[in-house]
Design a binder for this molecule. Structure first.
Ligand code: C2E
Ligand code: MG
Ligand code: MG
Length: 684
């Protein structure tokens, strides 16, 4: 006897115990025919109840009884999902077949639904775990299960990633596999591979889904990674409605893959300079940390800056300047040989790590002795550098970097174009830092020399000013000291809180003077040191209230470094600000943050794309630029987006084209003293 073209297999049980035995041994029983009366007059009913209660929901159950008196009540039939109830003499052969056919059909339906649910659950789960290492694998498995269940087959399938190697040849490798095809995991789809699968895999020019030779396949292209190929065995007819479901599903999946690869790409960028694609400051500090644990006595580092880099950019353009830096980097690495580590740690600054044999003044000099030819232009390079024995500086990598940076600053000021070993004279720079700290402390108390500048944030489409950023200015004995120099000093000296208070008060006065006019949100930068301070948010909120600032008139900016370094602390502080309605922007997004793992937990409203991402934008590369990725990130997380450091009309156009609504930069408006801002940018 066959039903739906499949033979019936009968399993027999003569007691409740035997029935359980069968149920445990066979996971795919479609229908149970159960006698009400077995060991006891209602053993069958009890078995039905127990089966359902133990989670056997899909198996269809048909009750049979010889004695009408033992008929289950209607309540029992519905409570335990009994499909049918028959007395013995009712069950003729035709009846039995009808009953079984109906039961098997609904079993198939139920099973399909639960497969569907399992696939969906996996996809939801993988979305939730997007930030964990296992996510890609989990996501792929979810996709395979889901495709199979959409067409009602068991999941047997695989996912291949196609990468183009250095030799320009495509390699297709199985990165996830389930069911019968599990054995293919890790193998390359080549001539030894199943030819039917290989043919589909190497034929990406078909619209999704491809249904051919008892299989369903999809090709996905991601803008950052290579291509992905999904293959699921499906030896069945694919119904019309399933086809449209599959097509819909494939668009969802392609978005999912795209997001996964974007995130993988950004994670890699944590250690890569986005412009030169060489190690960055993060990578260098990590290498320093490793060196420290090795306790190599001869270990040394150098900082080297390319002189007049700004002029090189101005004369030859950023593209050529970047090519030049890359050539310098290559020369350093080639001359330094094995074991030398080089990284770009600033616009024009490289950091080098090696030992006495690989790293000396000669290395730097050799790298710049001859002019470079880039883009057909000959450019002579001079450089300033300082060599430091690691034993002479603090063991902590960021502390060592700070000493090294002040040493380099010193050499730049006093012996530009030379390579000098770090020595006691350079400690003078440390003295300068100390002098600055002392004056800053005085300035904070008296307010003398401190002021606030505002820089407009401009809507790129309408060119309307939609906000401003407050930037602190300090003049010490007639010399304007850059915030890039004095903010870190204030941080190390515990002076950030009064500085932040100064900015809050100044912005508050400005906003009060504008009462009655349309409010303009002014962003105040918060310091790394601030956020690590317990009770900081509470203090800030009361200061803001005293200054009569509201979420309409003030916002805050924090740098990625801040949030990532001390994640939970900082996040709680930010949450406290946010719960009072204040907006928070993540500043300098993309420049050497340490991890993306916390990103989805950050209570932020806006991403500010670092100018390192904006600077290299060209029309030709816009779509695949890092700025485009950042704009996408903002839209994925449904937060606003501001591009920093917009210096040209072309950058404006490209950013607008990429979907970034707001820009800030010299082209759109330079920072001006707060008293001149309204006249210059709001009343024109
Ligand atoms: P930031 O918050 O990223 O501020 C933007 C910086 O970029 C400002 O430098 C601004 O003058 C500069 N900038 C704006 N447009 C352009 C452009 O088109 N090209 C270029 N090359 N630069 C542009 P500034 O004023 O020197 O401030 C440097 C950093 O110091 C700020 O970076 C911020 O992190 C910090 N800072 C400034 N004021 C404060 C403050 O009141 N509190 C704290 N904690 N930090 C502050
Ligand atoms: Mg800022
Ligand atoms: Mg910034």
């Amino acid at each position: 006897m066959t039903i739906f073209d499949r033979p019936l297999e009968l399993l027999h049980a003569h007691s409740v115990a035997e029935a359980w035995d069968q149920v445990r041994r066979h996971t795919d029983i479609a229908v149970g025919l159960i006698d009400v009366v077995m060991e006891t007059p209602d053993a069958g009913l009890a078995l039905v109840r127990d089966l359902r209660e133990k989670g056997y929901r899909e198996m269809r159950l048909v009750l049979r009884t010889g004695q009408p008196g033992y008929a289950p009540e209607l309540a029992v039939i519905s409570a335990y999902e009994i499909d049918d109830y028959r007395t013995k003499d009712e069950i003729t052969q035709t009846r039995l077949i009808t009953v079984l056919t109906g039961a098997i059909r609904s079993f198939e339906h139920l099973r399909r639904i639960s497969h569907n649910r399992a696939g969906l659950e996996m996809i939801v789960k993988s979305a939730n775990r997007l930030f964990q290492r296992t996510n890609f694998e989990l996501f792929c498995q979810g996709v395979l299960t889901q495709v199979a269940s959409l067409v009602g087959v068991e999941p047997h399938g695989l996912v291949c990633a196609k990468t183009v190697g250095a030799d320009g040849v495509d390699t297709c490798r199985v990165v996830s596999a389930v069911g019968r095809l599990q054995y293919t995991l890790g193998s390359v789809v080549d001539s030894a591979f199943d030819p039917a699968i290989a043919a589909l895999c190497h034929d990406p020019d078909q619209p999704n889904p491809i249904i051919r030779n008892g299989a369903i396949a999809f090709h996905f292209a991601s803008s950052v990674e290579g291509r992905l190929f999904v293959y699921v065995e499906a030896d069945c007819e694919v119904a019309e409605e399933d086809l449209s479901l599959l097509a819909l599903f494939s668009t969802n999946i392609s978005v999912g893959f795209e997001n996964l690869s974007l995130i993988a790409r950004l994670d890699r960028l944590a250690y890569i300079d986005p412009v030169l694609e060489i190690p960055n400051l993060n990578a260098f500090e990590a290498a320093l940390e490793v060196q420290r644990t090795k306790l190599a006595p001869a270990a040394r580092m150098a900082l080297m800056s390319v002189d007049s880099y700004d002029s090189i950019v101005a004369v030859h353009g950023p593209h050529t300047a970047h090519l030049l830096l890359r050539a310098v980097y290559r020369a350093l690495i080639e001359n330094g040989g094995e074991g030398l580590i080089a990284a770009r740690i600033g616009d024009d600054t490289f950091a080098l790590l090696g030992d006495e044999t690989s790293l000396d003044a000669g290395l730097v000099n050799r790298a710049i002795e001859r002019p470079y030819t880039v883009d057909g232009i000959e450019i002579a390079v001079s450089a300033t550098a300082t060599l430091i024995n690691l034993a002479d500086v603090a063991a902590d990598p960021s502390e060592a970097m700070r000493s090294a940076s002040s040493a380099l600053l010193h050499v730049e000021r006093t012996h530009r174009g030379q390579v000098l070993p770090y020595n006691t004279a350079m400690r003078a720079d440390v003295d300068r830092r100390f002098g600055l700290l002392t004056s800053l402390r005085r300035a904070v108390n008296s307010g003398e020399g401190l002021s606030v500048a505002l820089q407009p944030k401009v809507h790129l489409g309408t060119r309307r000013v939609v906000g401003a950023e407050a930037l602190l200015r300090w003049t010490r004995e007639g010399e304007a000291v850059s915030p890039a120099e004095f903010i870190p000093i204030a941080e190390s000296g515990g002076l950030t809180q009064p500085l932040t208070d100064f900015v809050v008060d100044t912005v508050g006065r400005w906003a009060r003077a504008r009462t009655g006019l349309l409010p303009l949100p002014v962003a105040i930068n918060l310091s790394m040191a601030d956020l690590n301070n317990p009770g900081f948010a509470r203090r800030l909120l009361s200061r803001v209230a005293l200054a009569e600032l509201t979420p309409e008139t003030v916002e805050f900016e924090v740098t990625e470094g801040v949030v990532m370094q001390n994640a939970m602390w900082a996040i709680n502080q930010l949450q406290a600000l946010k719960s009072e309605g204040f907006k928070i922007a993540l500043d300098d997004f993309g420049s050497g943050y340490s991890s993306l793992g916390y990103f989805d937990r950050l209570p932020i409203d806006t991403l500010k794309i670092d100018r390192a991402f904006v600077a290299p934008l060209t029309v030709a590369s816009a779509r695949h630029s890092l700025a485009a990725i950042a704009v996408n990130m903002a839209s994925i997380y449904n937060v606003g987006c501001v591009a920093e450091g917009v210096e040209t009309a072309e950058q404006c156009q490209i950013l607008e084209f990429l979907g970034c609504p707001v820009g800030q930069g010299y082209f759109l408006g330079r920072p001006v003293p707060i008293g001149e801002f309204a006249a210059k940018f709001l009343e024109a």
